[in-house]
Design a protein around this ligand. Structure first.
Ligand SMILES: [Zn+2]
Length: 239
């Protein structure tokens, strides 16, 4: 066997191994698992955001309730003061009117606050409902995730023996490949799953770049391989 034939045999073993590895990475269950992993992450983000929303709403609510309590207290004081004033002969009608206006203003503020509190409570209830929904969806997705994960694990174990055999085969062939050829192969393999390609119509069949005559002549006369200057693949001349 020639050096080139060993190199091609090595690539064949490598491709077989890659195919086995790709197959286990792209099974239906694996694709579903990838999808659901993404979904779970999105749901976690949603839950996180809803939790933050609820916390912010609770903070505002506490502030509003404190204001409400303060106003109620103030109004109570004003009521008793009003009774005192009304009983007092010295108080003018003007003073009484002013005082009543104050009380009315306080009442208006209080009812505005009550409205705000009500709105906020509704918002908080919505947030909480959304949170529950996201949590229950997340729980279901997690169950499906666990199930798929187990299926993928079985698939992986089933193909493990084949992959090990392919790896061994590759290693056996590797020992027979010329070290210079092998080094070129490994360099190109970093970027290409199929690093060795033939010259077709005086072009690199990997990237389609036209090759200089000198390169082609060298490939033919020296029965060697050369790296494509454009894509880095290992070129050989097919007789
Ligand atoms: Zn090329």
């Amino acid at each position: 066997m020639t050096k080139l034939e060993y190199l091609l045999m090595y690539q064949k073993a490598d491709l077989k191994k890659q195919q086995l590895e790709n197959a286990v990475r792209t099974t239906e269950s694996r694709q579903k698992l990838n999808k659901i992993t993404k979904l779970l992450r999105e749901q976690q983000t949603t839950i996180q955001k809803l939790t933050e929303d609820a916390d912010a709403q609770k903070t505002v609510l506490a502030k509003l309730l404190a204001q409400q309590e303060g106003l109620s207290h103030e109004l109570e004081l004003n009521h008793s003061e009003m009774e005192t004033l009304e009983a007092d002969d010295q108080v003018t009608a003007e003073e009484l009117t002013e005082f009543r206006q104050d009380v009315e203003r306080l009442n208006r503020e209080l009812s505005r606050l009550e409205k705000d509190v009500k709105t906020l409570l509704e918002q908080l209830e919505n947030t909480s409902a959304e949170f529950q929904k996201a949590r229950s969806l997340g729980g279901r997705a997690k169950k499906e995730y666990d199930r798929l994960k187990a299926v993928c694990e079985v698939e992986k174990n089933e193909s493990a023996a084949d992959i090990t055999a392919a790896t061994k085969e590759m290693e056996t062939v590797e020992r027979q490949v010329d070290p210079t050829f092998l080094a070129k192969y490994k360099r190109a393999r970093v970027h290409h799953s199929m690093p060795v390609v033939p010259v077709v119509n005086e072009k690199c069949s990997g990237c389609n770049m036209s090759l200089p005559m000198a390169v082609i002549k060298k490939l033919i006369s020296q029965e060697t391989v050369l790296e494509c200057e454009n894509c880095g693949r290992v070129l050989y001349y097919q007789k």
